[in-house]
Design a protein around this ligand. Structure first.
Ligand code: GLN
Length: 447
């Protein structure tokens, strides 16, 4: 009730929620109160969560921040949703996001931008900006986001909350509306690292309904937190400490590394030499996959369909022209182009080869260090409207988050200070494939 009252009081200003599930949440809460479940069986019993509106929820509208799915009610729950429900979580609502998770500022939502609770003239980050703003403003205890190229970590850093992108394959994508299937991952957005461990525990693990989810054992994440960091080798990649980063961000990250050293960790210089090609490779691969995934929105199978079309072709054209926003159209065009016969080898294949080099960079680096520390974003939350006219500038803001996504390694953003203007700064901690335990361990000590 307290969270629902707070949503009522402040969300008109922040715009973090697309749908609030007041009645359903209260009913779930009453059930928990009545049954008093054992926390060993239901570790999240009574935890009020918010879900990014890209996760399918049975009978509950799932918009993906798009006009085209404005009234789409899925007939099933995503595996992550089902598992959270099974763990006793309560769902307060569905959060705002960039349309189909394409964006870094939440300004691409058909439901309007989300405002950053720390400065409402600024963006919350994207694309999980509704989820991070909701956690930061106490509209929920924790939230679920998705990260394809930074969409959990970057908005977490802009809003001063913890956000974890698991290893690709760690969390089932069944029921997650696809943007770029080889990159998308679901993860927790929380107030602290321990909550991130608890929420990850609930959603992690193999699911036969997602053939890319990996069947390897899941650690006890909460137990891993307290392992000492004494002696751990922390890799500092020189390519992430270059000119162009806001000096306050660079200072805060440098101080954070110093804190970890004082806790007994050792600093080692590492190199991820193909970092500079990350943005280019990602912005070929992600739109290519998106153009294919979004072909299903044709006015027939899901959601919106124009009424007045004369024939089938004009129905497709009008539905997609009116249903999709400008960034989605841009990506469908880019992706269709780069997958066309004759261009495939020059763009998509090349980008995939570069992706392998980036992945190998991380594998090599993790031979000489246990975790990598870096900034999340070169700058803090920017003003609403500041970068909307220049898509390339917007894409470049993902420079520090895209390589880990392309490589598939896990990463967390944990708050590490504020700029002189009082804007939050995040520290990024990356680990080897399937070592979420280590990423959380370092983050917990640092926090
Ligand atoms: N900002 C990146 C993009 O626009 C990443 C988005 C994401 O992780 N979903 O594609």
């Amino acid at each position: 009730s307290a969270f629902l009252r707070r949503i009522e009081a402040v969300d008109a200003r922040l715009n973090a929620f697309i749908t609030v599930l007041a009645d359903q949440a209260l009913a779930q809460a009453e059930e928990i109160d009545r049954d008093r479940p054992d926390v060993r069986e239901k570790p999240l019993a009574g935890m009020p969560l918010a879900l990014k509106d890209v996760l399918c929820t049975k009978g509950v509208r799932t918009t993906c921040g798009s006009r085209i799915l404005e009234n789409f009610r899925p007939p099933f729950d995503a595996t992550a949703v089902e598992r959270l429900k099974g763990a006793g979580a309560i769902f307060l609502g569905k959060t705002n996001m960039d349309e189909f998770a394409m964006g870094s500022s939440n300004e691409n939502s058909a439901f309007g931008a989300v405002r950053n609770p720390w400065d409402t003239e600024r963006v919350s980050g994207g694309s999980s900006g509704g989820s991070t703003a909701a956690v930061a403003a106490d509209l929920c205890a924790a939230a679920i986001g998705t990260d394809t190229g930074g969409s959990i970590r970057q908005p977490a850093s802009f809003c001063s909350v913890v956000g974890l992108k698991p290893t690709y394959g760690r969390v089932s994508r069944y029921g997650l509306v696809a943007f770029a299937s080889s990159l998308d991952q679901i993860g927790p957005i929380t107030k602290d690292v321990e909550d991130a461990a608890l929420v990850l525990q609930a959603v992690a693990g193999h699911d036969p309904r997602d053939s890319t989810s990996v069947d390897i054992s899941v650690e006890d994440y909460a137990a891993a937190l307290r392992r000492p960091v004494q002696g751990l080798r922390l890799g500092i990649p020189k390519e992430y400490f270059v000119e162009g980063t806001d000096p306050d961000v660079a200072d805060a990250v440098e101080k954070a590394i110093g804190t970890c050293e004082r806790l007994g960790a050792r600093r080692v210089e590492v190199s991820l030499p193909h970092t500079e090609y990350g943005v280019a490779a990602y912005y070929i691969i992600a739109p290519a996959e998106a153009s294919s995934n979004l072909a299903r929105y044709d006015g027939v199978k899901y959601g919106y369909r124009v009424e007045e079309a004369k024939d089938l072709l004009s129905m497709y054209c009008l539905t997609r022209s009116r249903g999709f926003g400008p960034e989605v159209k841009r990506r469908v065009m880019l992706g269709t182009y780069s997958l066309s016969a004759g261009y495939y080898d020059a763009y998509y294949r090349k980008a995939s080869q570069v992706r392998t080099l980036i992945r190998n960079d991380f594998i090599e680096a993790f031979k000489v260090c246990d975790a990598i520390l870096a900034p999340v974003s070169p700058f803090p939350a920017f003003k609403i409207g500041e970068k909307t006219d220049d898509p390339l500038q917007m894409y470049l803001s993902d420079v520090f988050t895209l390589p880990a996504s392309l490589a598939g390694v896990p990463g967390v953003s944990v708050p590490c200070g504020f700029t002189r203007e009082g804007l939050p700064i995040g520290l990024q901690i990356l680990g080897p494939h399937f070592r979420e335990d280590r990423v959380l361990q370092v983050a917990w000590h640092f926090e």
